[in-house]
Design a protein around this ligand. Structure first.
Ligand code: FE
Length: 207
């Protein structure tokens, strides 16, 4: 009888402890990471660390215009670049929703008229997430081209040895989206200002 009583008390203690860890510790951890993000770079701190309900980012086709060996850069905008200026930011997260520092992202896209630079590396470039798992791309809203709505291609890799995820990002409220067989609602950028010139997308990858 005494033994059963102790087992019962022990069980209650485990449940209470588990509940406390789940409800109180995790938000504290997130809040502390957010604080560090704000301290590290006040210019791109408007994005809160996302919650952990995100599913892995879907993969879609690479398409015919990828070129390996892109230069490292975060801006695709030059003086004569055609298109509406757009700043894309976000995190690379692992499947437990932890920011992935130093993840490799290789972006490529058209200019505002739907034209790729297939001879050089305009609007093609790779970068690495910062110590808090964030990236930023200064670019233009890509134009449509036959059978394709506006999209930005990207390849992502957590570390040198992890597998590469290839996908594309889309823009909301584009009438061509529903006509594009590659379009995926879960790959749509969230627009974050009234002018429609900034947006965010958080990638969730397996490490
Ligand atoms: Fe494309």
């Amino acid at each position: 009888m005494l033994r059963q009583y102790f087992i019962f008390i022990f069980g209650i203690a485990i449940l209470t402890g588990g509940y406390w860890v789940f409800t109180s510790e995790r938000p504290q951890q997130i809040a502390s990471v957010e604080k560090k993000v704000q301290k590290a770079n006040p210019t791109i701190t408007t994005i809160p660390i996302p919650s952990c309900i995100d599913k892995p980012t879907p993969e879609v086709t690479e398409g015919p215009y990828y070129k390996s060996g892109s230069p490292q850069k975060t801006t695709f905008v030059e003086e004569d670049t055609i298109g509406t200026r757009f700043t894309l930011t976000g995190y690379v997260l692992d499947s437990s929703c932890r920011p992935v520092a130093n993840a490799w992202l290789d972006f490529w896209q058209t200019d505002g008229q739907g034209i790729y630079d297939n001879d050089g590396f305009k609007r093609r470039g790779h970068q690495f997430t910062d110590s808090m798992g964030r990236y930023v791309l200064y670019t233009v809203i890509p134009g449509e081209y036959p059978e394709r709505t506006s999209h930005i291609h990207v390849k992502i890799r957590a570390t040198d040895t992890s597998s590469i995820k290839t996908t594309q990002l889309f823009f909301p409220d584009n009438s061509q989206n529903t006509l594009d067989s590659i379009f995926d609602e879960s790959l749509v950028i969230t627009i974050t200002n009234q002018e429609g010139t900034t947006g965010e997308y958080n990638f969730v990858i397996e490490k």
